[in-house]
Design a binder for this molecule. Structure first.
Ligand code: KE4
Length: 426
């Protein structure tokens, strides 16, 4: 028995499913999770010493790759002064100022410890600000394990949703509507009937939790226009896209100003950080200034702030975004060319340094088409690449990421193995 299997058996004795987040258990692809002992640049190393090119990158945070020297140095310096104070620090001011300067729709920001806390708090804030209850989300979008957002569309004429997890009372999701991503007509129809009761519409401006699905032209613009008309708030969940697609929010590329923005992942540089920001008017509702309670023992933690600040500093200085876009485009086009010549039904949705890989002739524009993909083929690809020392997401409903550490010779190895797999399918 190898170390990974041994660790997994032990882990399952004392940790549910052997993991601290379900997707890590390889349930969607089968097999034994790799227990990681080290990361370095584009690589991770497992307990058996095997090296992998990492295209999960901690599910998004590591846009600079593992152990970027400036991030490590900042963390080491801070821990020598303490790991947590439970009191305000200048680091939080510096981080807040940097985010407010980078994302014009944010005048004030509150730090939390995860994306889930960010979206949960944003929902509570929106309901308090509008004095309304209804929340609209979109199927295939994931905003963390918030009770009111663990919801699935009701059947047929049911406008409001059903719980999508045990332990969530139906009363909680009864005020959540789940609509179809990119379905402009369906959204307009819902808002025509229910708009006056809607507190907020929450959306991933690029969906990264059903694979990667891009917004169709006019979809996000319609959400913005309709929420303004109905005096509801628009929440952009930029936990993945924040600082992933540009230095700031994808909202600035779109030219759309949401009312509230949720952030996470990259702004923590690999440490636990989430954030939500909005206008002063909205944020003033938050305790201790206003009546909306929200708190956190480790919120704004100095070590996490140091990691996040160092990460943003490198991104701002180096502006890697055009290069990341070029690398991902070239990679995607080469794989698609080979898939086409092999007659393989395969689609890659990509933007910037994130992509969705689908065994599907495409186009893939929402959960309906995502679900028509061949998930067994994805699992086969996953294990083929894993054997080749390439680690993609252990689920077809996640994103494929690259970092600034994924230089040409690294990408050529992933490309070579992807091509080899596709040709073997021909
Ligand atoms: P966390 O609570 O996991 O930090 O963030 C929740 C969240 C919120 N919004 C978006 C758009 C997200 O993608 C996430 C979390 N992403 C998943 C993977 N796509 C995290 C991986 C996991 O659950 O282990």
């Amino acid at each position: 028995m190898g170390k990974n299997e041994e660790f997994f058996l032990r882990a399952q004795q004392c940790i549910p499913g052997g993991v601290n987040s379900p997707v890590r258990a390889f349930k969607k692809v089968g097999g034994t999770p790799r227990f990681i002992i080290k990361g370095q640049g584009p690589y991770m190393f497992d307990a058996e010493g095997k090296r992998y090119i990492d295209h999960v990158l901690s599910w998004g945070p590591l846009i600079l790759g593992h152990c970027h020297p400036e991030v490590i140095s900042a963390v080491k310096e801070q821990v020598n002064s303490g790991t947590s104070y439970g009191a305000p620090t200048e680091l939080e001011i510096l981080m807040a100022e940097e985010i407010c300067n980078a994302i014009p729709s944010i005048e004030q920001v509150r730090f939390v410890n995860s994306g889930t806390e960010a979206t949960m708090s944003a929902i509570r804030l929106a309901r308090a600000y509008t004095k309304r209850k209804t929340i609209v989300k979109f199927e295939g979008c994931y905003h963390g394990h918030v009770d009111s957002l663990l919801a699935k569309a009701g059947s047929g004429a049911m406008t409001f949703s059903l719980p999508d997890s045990s332990g969530v009372p139906s009363e909680i999701t009864a005020t959540t509507a789940v609509l179809k991503y990119n379905d402009i007509a369906g959204f307009k129809s819902f808002m025509d009937k229910n708009g006056e009761s809607v507190a907020a519409v929450i959306v991933e401006p690029v969906a990264g939790n059903m694979g990667v699905v891009l917004p169709e032209k006019g979809f996000l613009e319609t959400l913005r226009q309709s929420t303004l008309e109905n005096k509801a708030l628009l929440i952009f969940d930029e936990v993945i896209t924040g600082f992933r697609l540009c230095y700031g929010g994808f909202q600035d590329i779109l030219g759309i100003r949401p009312d509230i923005t949720c952030l996470g992942k990259i702004i923590g540089g690999g440490m636990p950080v989430g954030a939500f920001g909005a206008s002063r008017d909205i944020m003033s509702m938050l305790a201790p200034s206003g009546p909306v309670y929200q708190a956190g023992t480790l919120s704004g933690n100095p070590v996490a702030m140091a990691a996040g600040l160092a990460t943003l500093k490198v991104l701002k200085r180096e502006n890697p975004y055009p290069g990341l876009e070029k690398t991902m485009s070239e990679f995607s086009n080469e794989v698609l060319d080979i898939a086409k010549s092999a007659g393989l039904a395969f689609t890659i949705n990509h933007i910037g340094s994130m992509a969705g890989l689908f065994f599907n002739k495409g186009p893939v524009k929402g959960l309906d088409t995502v679900m028509q993909s061949d998930t067994q083929a994805y699992a086969d690809l996953f294990h083929y690449l894993l054997d080749q020392g390439i680690y993609i997401a252990p689920s077809p409903f996640e994103a494929f990421f690259i970092s600034t550490a994924h230089v040409r010779d690294v990408m050529e190895k992933t490309l070579y193995s992807m091509k080899e797999y596709v040709m073997n399918q021909a």
